[in-house]
Ligand binder design. Sequence first.
Ligand code: SF4
Length: 319
Amino acid sequence: MTMTESAKVRHPEKRNRPDNPIQRKPSWIRVKAPTSQVYRETRDIVKANGLHTVCEEAACPNIGECWAKKHATFMIMGDTCTRACAFCNVATGTPAPLDAMEPENVAVAVATLGLEHVVITSVDRDDLPDGGAEHFVRVIQATRHHAPNTTIEILTPDFKGKQGAVESVTDARPDVFNHNLETVPRLYPGIRPGARYFTSLELLHRVKRIDPTLFAKSGLMVGLGEAREEVHQVMDDLRAADVDFLTIGQYLQPTPKHAAINRFVTPDEFDSYAAVARGKGFLMVSASPLTRSSYFAGDDFKQLRAARDARNDGANGAE
Ligand code: SF4
């Protein structure tokens, strides 16, 4: 993946960081260049509706594969984030005011792409009184209106813990409520300095307490210097918060101004993480070098629903 990285680094906190050389990727992380016709159609629909995608903004390595299947993940509330996380390629700065037409435009794009399942995420909007919760609600409502058969997965920020934010988004009833922990608590000060591990964990737990029928999902990046035992502890914390679905992927350094990769985790280690997580009771686990929150999210959602049905059938049968 190549982006004009330095042009994207618009925040003094990021610009002033020392350079970390980017390591060569191992053979298991090679991705194909995006060339297909469907990729171009997806890009045109995104552009025609004036939308942003995390696929582009985060320089996701899977864009060629996902967009060739029209799987784009929309990033709402602008392309500028109020935080400057050390792993994230999204530009940081003072965001523009919210676009009142964005909910409609996202919904039309979802309908035009004919998506069975859509993932909608956002930048952090700590400048807004509700952290952007109502805008999420409007996007969910517009999408339900224009694409009633599309299942909706939201990947939210922590809303800075603003009162009522999680409740209003949960009340809009997305099918999946995703919020990523990103890394182990010990690494938060360096990797996710504007966030608190237990605030994020509590957000997920609150979603399940408000509506246990919603699927809760979270994700981790590995390769940042975490110990295996720390990852296992995060799994335990997520299960204690009743989270259903865990994704684990390799952290890839977007630019020299971002956190350095500590190491490349091998495919066998990902398989081992997946086995441990399943043993801890997650309904679904996706763990591989190129796993991202939204990678194959539509296929995963079908499996998630089937896994819950099977678990419920098993519980009923055992009564
Ligand atoms: S994995 Fe997610 S962010 Fe990356 S290209 Fe696919 S849909 Fe976009």
